[in-house]
Design a protein around this ligand. Structure first.
Ligand code: SF4
Length: 343
């Protein structure tokens, strides 16, 4: 059975041709699914009845079940979504001055086992399909349609490593970009990675100018290896070379995420090492004071420490933002809501 939500407009056109239908039927179906948010062929009233019947026999349209919406302060809503095989995934809706952002998961669980992350605790279950990733955004769009808004930004920063589920993640972005659907500009999309160097190099060749966000979290290999096992495969030097290549190929600035963890990576010395590392990168640093999670002893730094770290970067002319901790009051630390559901 073919999942129609998994297909790009040109693939839906080819699918229609394979059924001896005119290719424009593919565009009609894409628009029903991605603009009108329809999830059954029966509702596609401009298709012939015989075609609708045939489609019901050979295809389906993924729809995630919204199990809960957890509203927090400052316009943050965390969605707990259920897949066809009863797995739970999370997506987050965030309202900024410049529009609504959907933060999407790309895998159920994660293999990367970053030591500060809730998603690694439950292990890896499976990859999400492009249709499932897209549907996370469509469930959010369905809600915001009610108040006349649109999802305008996509960040692949939920559970999972997008570059470890490369084709479905990038295909989902292409589907979300399609004009006859949500039509979100690639420049308003962000792909976050823990540092899969081959994936970064491959993404640089895709000719989609998305923002690359690298979860760095440490300025030296020895500290990073204690936090992120992936650093044993790809060192910081390799990662910096890949980031520079991405910037050269796409013309897009790279952002570096840095979770500040008390007494682990938050000293003035770490800040100076980070400034040295990023001096040539002309990237932007997002400092994220850690969301504590139940299973780990990691602590959030004091405000004085956060400010001191940030000031050192600013004095070194590294653009830096301390990220608003949007998720903290809605259990939005990576993977927390999902684990609560799975217990
Ligand atoms: S931080 Fe990201 S890559 Fe690391 S374990 Fe969590 S979800 Fe996976």
């Amino acid at each position: 059975m073919e999942d129609a939500k998994n297909l790009l407009p040109n693939e839906l056109r080819s699918f229609m041709v394979s059924l001896e239908q005119p290719s424009y039927r593919g565009d009609q179906i894409f628009s029903w699914i991605h603009k009108h948010l329809v999830c059954s062929f029966d509702e596609m009233t401009n298709l012939p009845l015989t075609l609708r019947q045939r489609l019901k026999e050979i295809a389906y349209i993924t729809r995630l079940n919204v199990r809960s919406r957890n509203e927090g302060k400052k316009g943050t809503v965390k969605y707990l979504l259920e897949t066809y095989d009863k797995n739970a995934i999370e997506a987050v809706r965030m309202e900024y001055q410049y529009g609504i952002t959907a933060c999407l998961s790309t895998q159920i669980g994660c293999k990367m086992a970053c030591s500060f992350c809730a998603s690694g605790v439950g292990g890896f279950v499976r990859n999400l399909s492009a249709g499932e990733i897209v549907d996370e955004a469509l469930r959010i769009q369905e809600d915001v349609t009610a108040f006349g808004a649109n999802v305008g930004n996509i960040v692949l920063m939920g559970t999972g490593e997008p570059l470890d589920n490369y084709e479905p993640s990038i295909k989902a972005l292409r589907i979300l970009n399609a004009k006859s659907g949500l039509g979100i500009s690639f420049r308003r999309m962000t792909v976050s990675t823990c540092g899969l160097v081959p994936g970064i190099l491959r993404l640089a060749e895709e000719e989609i100018p998305v923002t690359l966000s690298i979860s760095l979290h440490a300025p030296t290999d020895d500290v990073r290896e204690t936090l992120m096992p992936i650093n044993r495969r790809y060192s910081i030097v390799q990662l910096m070379d890949a980031a520079a290549y991405y910037r050269e190929r796409t013309g897009r600035r790279v952002t570096f995420e840095y979770a500040l963890i008390r007494d682990i990576n938050d000293s003035d010395r770490h800040a100076c090492q980070l400034a040295d590392l990023l001096r040539e990168q002309s990237g932007h640093v997002n400092l994220i004071p850690l969301n504590p999670i139940d299973e780990k002893d990691y602590m959030r730094p004091t405000t004085i420490r956060i400010n001191s770290f940030s000031k050192i970067l600013q004095e070194a002319s590294i653009p830096v933002t301390v990220r608003r901790n949007l998720g903290l009051d809605v259990n939005a630390a990576c993977g927390q809501l999902r684990r609560r559901y799975c217990r």
